[in-house]
Design a protein around this ligand. Sequence first.
Ligand code: FAD
Length: 289
Amino acid sequence: MRIGEIYRPGEFGLSFEIFPPKTSDGDAALWDNVERLALLRPAFISCTYGAGGSTRTRTVELCQEIQKRFSLPATAHFTCLGGTRAELREWLALARDRGIANIMALRGDPPAGQSEFRQVVGGLKNANELVTLIKAEFPEFGIGVAGYPEKHPEAADLEVDLVNLKRKVSAGGDAVYTQLFFDNASFLRFRDRCDKIGIKVPIIPGIMPILNFAQIKRITSMCGAALPPGLANRLEAAQEDKDAQFKIGVDFAIGQCQDLLERGIPGIHFYVLNRSQACETILTTLGHR
Ligand code: FAD
């Protein structure tokens, strides 16, 4: 199913995001986990595109495998760092020919060791340009774009960032998937402001169930999401106990999702970190069938 067809009135769009594993053990574990995630009947499973374009064909291959093994639509993430315009077209044609349903169209983060985004010579500078290219030349894809309730780290302020988000939506983005966040108030403010400036596509909260403290500290320091002090303190106090950290993370996500559901969100995009267990517990507790 294309992204534009998922969030109909009365429908709830669940999606899961995975990343290409770096080892064969990671690969084997991934398929066990994806099999369990598939049982939760997501609208799609998405697969990230490695920072700096490091997973060029792997993302498409994993998406194709998800579609084949589980008869589920897949969403391939793709970034402006995928190459020159000609190389971006080549990759999009490959994804189209392999039957991938949707593209998450992104600018991309710089590769490890590089602090700033550098546009590929002959390539694209911002995600809105990638959306424009896809819409004009590959209209068969559904298109997701990224939004930042706590603003993108490079943006001067949320106002400017929202104007840029609107460019992506006006160019053809079918839904906005947010960066992970832990403070629902920031998401609700963001959603209201999107509405006020005329962003009318579904805004899907991105939820990352915390699996352990060290990992979430690393992730939030990279993406700029704020970890509420109370939650950080509880995780820190449980530093020696992995199970306790997992339970704190799952309980927090249950409360967060419950509150968002009461506020009428059209779907949830879970950053699952290639593990199904937290989402299985969260969704079962929430009564998802
Ligand atoms: P853009 O929309 O281009 O925005 C980047 C910055 O430029 C913002 O500050 C924005 O305000 C500004 N801006 C945007 N358009 C313009 C314009 N026309 N003129 C001037 N300024 C502008 N990264 C990966 O490498 N691989 C992935 O698979 C991946 N998946 C992601 C999935 C989701 C749901 C999210 C939320 C993020 C993901 N990222 C991924 C991270 C993303 O690549 C980074 O956050 C990146 O820094 C910005 O990408 P973007 O698409 O939001 O960029």
